[in-house]
Design a protein around this ligand. Structure first.
Ligand code: ATP
Ligand code: MG
Length: 609
């Protein structure tokens, strides 16, 4: 096995798939560009959904990349050896090109060939789709298993797991309960413990086996009557857990001991007084995630992505208290610095936003301190109330109030319990857990919509709204000035929402000018051209880019222009998809213009027929 740094592995993976005819495409943003149903990009395939559904990708039919991902649904696992809230996924895709044999062979070659990673085949095991009782017409994926066996994997090392096709569980990928593309997957596991030999018989529940790679074969279309038809365009979508493979290649048994975390853990070790390894890992994970989110200009708030960021930062502070950190600000700043230093060579948006990241994190830390001191007053009121109105045996703080303290003031439940017990009051922990679970379910649904996301709505009208955000962006810059930059967007089939940097409320005249600008492009039936080029070329053509997509080879540039005169309306770096031409879109109308946060305005607009 080779001993590689994380940077070497990233490069080697892309090099391998380049040799196999893949175009390397950039990582997209952590915030899904065209999918309001999920808060974060949760897998490498997420930004590629439109192309997996049949749109042509300008870079071709074989794609590979590394993709920034966030999974808040995994937050309770964080602190174990392999689950992070932020991680990179390495991926390769076939859009109607190669299928199972090549996909499996290449995964095997990359992992086991001495020329590449050189893992010992004896430490590898495989799961395959084992059918679903409710769908006897769907075959067990013997085809995949046979390919593995032909490569030398022993039958005992291949487990067939019965899937829950309706719930997209166990070796099955597909839109839950919906119609559309779906299919079986095969997962690759590695035996991590160095001191125990890998068991001959593979038991996926044995924790020594860690899933490192998942190859999905989009093979079927689920039709209206819940039958599975073979798809015309069969796709492959794979996701390799970058941090997990780095862990394997550096011969350690958890991701925090890899070079991905080494400088971060060093700071945390130095600045904490209590040695609680899980708490330290949570601080490391959460602060890294916070830095990546802030680098994409997400700010702490009470809604959407901002709320997740707020929770993550406050949870960090809570664990810093647990570890009796003497100087919290110092720890925060040193970790931020370590993360930025470590990751900026690959993700330049971190260094570019260093001041912003430091400022926002420090401010949120202060706000939390204020909230806690405010919460204490409220808390004391509850306690007095309980004392005054109940006999001693009935002096209990309800789960609802304990949750309110947690949710509104950021009170950790452990802290609430401790403080209440000091004055002889018990806390209804069960009630709290229930309220908490319900809340978590909601946020889980929001983020773990997982792959369902992009599939939910890929309609023509949603795509048209996405194209209009580009035109709107150009109009705003023309009317208000070049300081205007996109800060977020959210699109449904009914409207578009667009956030941008601008200090003042728009005047009626400005709004009218902007509407006219956009409607002018619509009435000239603007056309859309998609091109792949290097970042330098893209910038040279005057393309504007969001904060993302600035690294890793080529970028896709969408140009919107007047097909009669070639006048260019907009040129932007973007992941797509877009309409080809504007026809019968109707009239663009700004419905609302308001402040979104300091220095950021928000427009809601619709198309009226
Ligand atoms: P697990 O069962 O271990 O949570 P998963 O089935 O959720 O994994 P996939 O959705 O198949 O994982 O994602 C593809 C790959 O991404 C996995 O094989 C794994 O290596 C990696 N991965 C998934 N979740 C995480 C995470 N929270 N942190 C780090 N890597 C992850
Ligand atoms: Mg998982």
């Amino acid at each position: 096995m080779k001993h590689l740094t994380s940077d070497q592995l990233r490069t080697m993976y892309l090099e391998f798939f380049r040799e196999k005819g893949h175009a390397v495409i950039p990582s997209s943003s952590l915030i899904p560009e065209n999918d309001p149903t999920v808060l974060f990009t949760t897998a490498g395939m997420h930004p590629l959904v439109p192309f997996l559904l049949g749109q042509t990708h300008a870079a071709g039919k074989r794609l590979a990349n590394f993709q920034k991902c966030i999974r808040t649904g995994d937050i309770d696992e964080v602190g174990d050896s392999t689950h992070l809230t932020y991680f990179e996924m390495l991926g390769n895709w076939s859009l109607g090109d190669y299928f199972k044999p090549e996909s499996i062979q290449w995964s095997w070659e990359f992992l086991t060939s001495k020329e590449w990673i050189g893992l010992s085949p004896d430490r590898i095991a495989i799961t395959c789709f084992g059918g679903d009782k409710r769908h006897p017409d769907l075959p067990v994926d013997k085809e995949a298993a046979q390919i593995w066996q032909n490569l030398g994997v022993k039958p005992d090392r291949i487990a067939f797991l019965e899937g829950g096709v309706e719930e997209s569980k166990l070796n099955w990928w597909g839109p839950a309960g919906q119609t559309g593309p779906c299919g079986p997957d095969t997962e690759i596991f590695y035996w991590v413990p160095d001191d125990i030999p890998a068991p001959d018989k593979f038991d996926p529940d044995d924790e020594g086996w860690v899933e490192i790679w998942n190859n999905v074969f989009m093979q079927y279309n689920k039709n209206e009557s819940s039958q599975f038809e073979q798809l015309e365009q069969k796709n492959v979508d794979t996701g390799l857990g970058f941090a997990r493979l780095v862990m394997v290649l550096q011969s350690v048994d958890n991701v925090y001991d890899t070079d991905l975390f080494e400088p971060i853990m060093t700071v945390i070790d130095q600045r904490t007084n209590i040695d609680d390894i899980k708490a330290k890992r949570i601080i490391a994970d959460h602060l890294r995630t916070a830095v990546f989110l802030l680098a994409e200009k997400v700010v702490p708030s009470n809604v959407d992505q901002g709320y997740v960021l707020r929770r993550i930062i406050r949870r960090t502070v809570r664990f810093m208290r647990l570890l009796e950190v003497a100087d919290e600000t110092k720890l925060l700043n040193e970790v931020i610095e370590a993360v930025i230093k470590k990751y900026s060579p690959v993700f330049p948006e971190l260094a570019e936003n260093q001041d912003f990241i430091e400022l926002e994190l420090t401010q949120e830390h202060e706000k939390f301190n204020i909230a806690v001191s405010k919460g204490i007053k409220e808390f004391e009121k509850y306690l007095k109330d309980i004392k005054d109105n109940n006999p001693p045996e009935k002096q209990i703080l309800s789960g609802r109030l304990a949750f309110k303290l947690y949710d509104t003031y950021g009170f950790p439940i452990e802290m609430t319990t401790e403080l209440a017990e000091e004055v002889g009051i018990k806390v209804d922990r069960e009630g709290f857990d229930k309220a908490f679970a319900k809340h978590q379910e909601l946020s889980r649904e929001a983020s773990a919509g997982k792959f369902k996301g992009g599939l939910a709505d890929n309609s023509e009208i949603t795509t048209a709204y996405h194209s209009l955000t580009h035109i709107l962006h150009a109009a705003l810059r023309d009317v208000l000035g070049n300081h205007v930059e996109q800060r977020g967007s959210n699109i449904t089939a009914d409207r578009l929402r667009f956030d941008f940097s601008h200090p003042d409320k728009l005047t009626d005249t400005e709004k009218k000018q902007i509407e006219d600008w956009v409607n002018h492009a619509i009435s000239n039936q603007f056309a859309v051209k998609q091109e792949e080029m290097s970042i330098e070329d893209a910038l040279a053509t005057g393309a504007i880019g969001l904060f993302k997509d600035k690294y890793g080879g080529n970028v896709t540039v969408y140009t919107m222009y007047n097909p009669e005169t070639d006048e260019i309306y907009s040129r932007e770096i973007c992941g797509g998809p877009h309409i080809e031409t504007a026809q019968d879109l109707g009239k663009f109308k700004i419905k609302k213009e308001e402040s979104s946060s300091a220095g950021i305005r928000r427009i809601k607009a619709v198309l009226e027929k």
